[in-house]
Design a binder for this molecule. Structure first.
Ligand code: 3PG
Length: 215
């Protein structure tokens, strides 16, 4: 199994802020605020032209930050993010080609799944930790309870609609070691350079995780 071992440090993170960065010069400041407020593991989504240079800049400038690449959809992107210094890659969904290149790559890979059949395929490809996306729209905590009964060996990183309001319910599930989401540092706050609000959101989330004893 390729799986969990390489993802242990990610799971320890409990929360992975998902970022959309449109200007490279905003990448390091936002990563720094998250690091300083207790969230050293972040995901920069490949949704903007600034994403790859931002990953590179963060990985070159802030070695304490574990920066991964999100929204990885092709084998070419997987190679590109690895070469740019990403510590891990996350996909919204999967394909045979993506699995093949993820297995060949030594880069930790969190495959996106949405159905039991996709979980079976992830398992067959050797992955026992998956991103479940879009989690809230798929059924959220109740859906995950059902999946845990069917796949007791699997762990999940719910993403999509995770917020301060449901964070504790998700992380209380034994099948959920880590969640990801944009609510801590949404694009609007990054563009506005509202580092104070991002820091407040981050600290509140870290506190909630602390109350669970999962920190
Ligand atoms: C992602 O890219 O993983 C999701 O879009 C994050 O979902 P959220 O914005 O609902 O947190």
């Amino acid at each position: 199994m390729i799986d969990s071992l390489s993802f242990e440090s990610l799971c320890e993170a409990s929360i992975i802020p998902v970022l959309v960065v449109r200007e490279v010069e905003l990448a390091v400041p936002v990563a720094q605020v998250l690091l300083d407020s207790g969230l050293p593991t972040i995901e920069v989504t490949l949704r903007t032209e600034a994403a790859i240079p931002s990953i590179k800049k963060i990985s070159d400038t802030l070695p304490e930050v574990i920066v991964g690449a999100g929204t990885v959809r092709t084998p070419e992107q997987l190679t590109l993010v690895k070469d740019s210094g990403a510590a891990f890659a996350v996909s919204p969904g999967t394909s045979e080609k993506l699995y093949d290149s993820a297995v060949d790559s030594s880069l930790p890979f969190l495959p996106g799944v949405a159905t039991p059949s996709e979980i079976l395929k992830a398992r067959e490809a050797g992955f026992t930790i998956c991103k479940i996306f879009p989690s809230e729209k798929l059924g959220g905590v109740e859906m995950l309870k059902t999946l845990a009964e069917i796949f007791p060996e699997m762990k999940f990183c719910p993403t999509g609609g995770v917020s301060e309001a449901n964070l504790v319910s998700y992380l209380s599930l034994t099948s959920v070691p880590v969640v990801a989401g944009s609510w801590i540092a949404p694009e609007s706050l990054i563009v506005a350079k509202d580092w104070t609000e991002i820091e407040n959101r981050s600290r509140r989330a870290v506190e909630l995780v602390g109350s669970l004893g999962k920190e």
